[in-house]
Design a protein around this ligand. Structure first.
Ligand code: GDP
Ligand code: MN
Length: 392
């Protein structure tokens, strides 16, 4: 689950990291009032930022500075009228504007291949990290923190030295880096990213500079949300992708891929096997979808809607192993779903296990293409997807 910058900043602040005070508003007048408070508190300028669950807001005109309350109101009105990468802006964040000397990138993410918390830092902050990775991969420094031990001091220093820090800034950097790892651990986040981690003037300090977190992006592990009701409450369902939302609400595990064969399977292992066999048969899967155990016909119909919402789907492969799930329920769901859908794509269905015979009768009567083995089903699906069967 993605959370908005405003809430992500709160996680950082709660962990004791340097984050400028901020508030949010949903109207231009609210933004003006927030700006007034900051100006009377001594701010020379304020920054107004769109709260949407995508990156690149700066480039899209969703991050702007204002020097007076009036200007803050106008700027907020402009930003609240924007749509960024298809997402309407419903809320803005208002904070005192920092004077940025340099921008650093720093992130902690769960890394399955190293089985740890991967920290990535780059002196080329501000830019999106994918861009840095493409243009100058050597500019990204990495260390892996042990999930239980956390980031050890020497590792934090190694990361900081790697991006050219020393002295007071290095000390601050180490505190922030260790903080991100702690946040990842304590909130079960799979990503905690600060970009930019800004170097700002600090005449009171030796070296005259300090670090502040000016942006925060946090994604939480959905499977761990039960342990964090206070974080789960931050979900902004209106800003979620509608398809992802329906899948979540129906209890369907759905991950979109970029192929052309939609797959509806019960069980995660069987779903992965199905993707492998589709690939082996020369096709390319459009999604991973696990309808779970004991799925009733309504859930099957929902899964069908979710698969068909992807315009790249040219054929559907249904692969059900009936244990708790009853084959005839799935068959009924498929028939009902086909009658409701406005886009018709060829389908091949394999149902084995509980009530397979009843399922086969229903499917044959309904004119569905069926298959006895998974290999056969995969081959048929690839053939049905036709020329569109290759990766799009
Ligand atoms: P993103 O584009 O969605 O990642 O949004 P960011 O919060 O990272 O803001 C984009 C850019 O706006 C940053 O890289 C900064 O250059 C600039 N920016 C953000 N906050 C401030 C600020 O307080 N002061 C100044 N001068 N620039 C800011
Ligand atoms: Mn950013």
């Amino acid at each position: 689950m993605k959370i908005h910058e405003a809430e992500a900043r709160q996680l950082l602040a709660d962990a004791g990291l340097a984050v400028p005070d901020a508030s949010t508003a949903t109207t231009p007048a609210g933004a003006r009032a927030a700006a007034e408070r900051l100006f009377s508190g001594g701010a020379a300028q304020v920054v107004i930022k769109a709260q949407v669950l995508v990156g690149g807001r700066g480039k899209a005109g969703g991050v702007k500075l204002a020097a007076t309350p009036q200007e803050a109101e106008q700027v907020a009105a402009g930003i609240l009228a924007l749509e960024i990468k298809g997402l309407p802006v419903r809320r803005v964040l208002i904070a005192p504007a920092a004077t940025i000397l340099r921008e650093i990138y720093l992130a902690a993410l769960i890394d399955r291949s190293s089985r740890g918390v991967l920290l990535m830092a780059s002196a080329a902050g501000g830019m999106e990290i994918e861009e840095v990775a493409a243009k100058s991969p050597e500019a990204i420094v990495r260390v892996v923190a042990h999930p239980h031990a956390g980031l050890l001091p020497y590792q934090a220093r190694q990361l900081g030295f790697g991006i050219g820090l020393s002295g007071e800034l290095l000390k601050q950097f180490c505190v922030i880096a260790a903080g991100l790892v702690r946040i990842a651990r304590s909130s079960d986040a799979d990503l905690v990213e600060v970009n930019p981690l800004a170097v700002v003037p600090a005449p009171e300090l030796p070296g005259g500079e300090r670090l502040v977190c000016l942006d925060a992006k946090v994604t939480l592990d959905d499977s761990a949300l039960d342990r964090h009701p206070e974080l789960a409450a931050w979900r902004d369902a209106d800003s979620e992708d509608p398809i992802d939302r329906e899948a979540r609400e129906q209890g369907i595990a759905y991950i979109r891929l970029d192929g052309s064969i939609g797959c509806m399977v019960n069980g995660a292992g069987l779903a992965m096997t199905t993707l492998d066999l589709v690939t082996q048969a020369g096709g390319s899967p459009a999604n991973f979808l696990d309808i779970g155990g004991g799925a009733r016909s309504e859930k099957v119909a929902a899964a069908m809607r979710i698969i068909l919402a992807d315009p790249g789907v040219k054929a559907i492969l249904v692969n059900i192993f009936g244990g708790i799930t009853r084959g005839d329920e799935v068959a009924k769901g498929l028939i009902a779903a086909r009658d409701q859908q406005d886009r018709v794509v060829p389908m091949v269905v394999r149902i084995v296990g509980t009530n397979a015979k009843e399922a086969a009768e229903l499917l044959t009567a309904g004119g569905f293409e069926t298959a006895a083995s998974l290999d056969e089903a995969a081959e048929k699906a690839v053939a049905l997807a036709g020329a569109g069967g290759a990766a799009r």
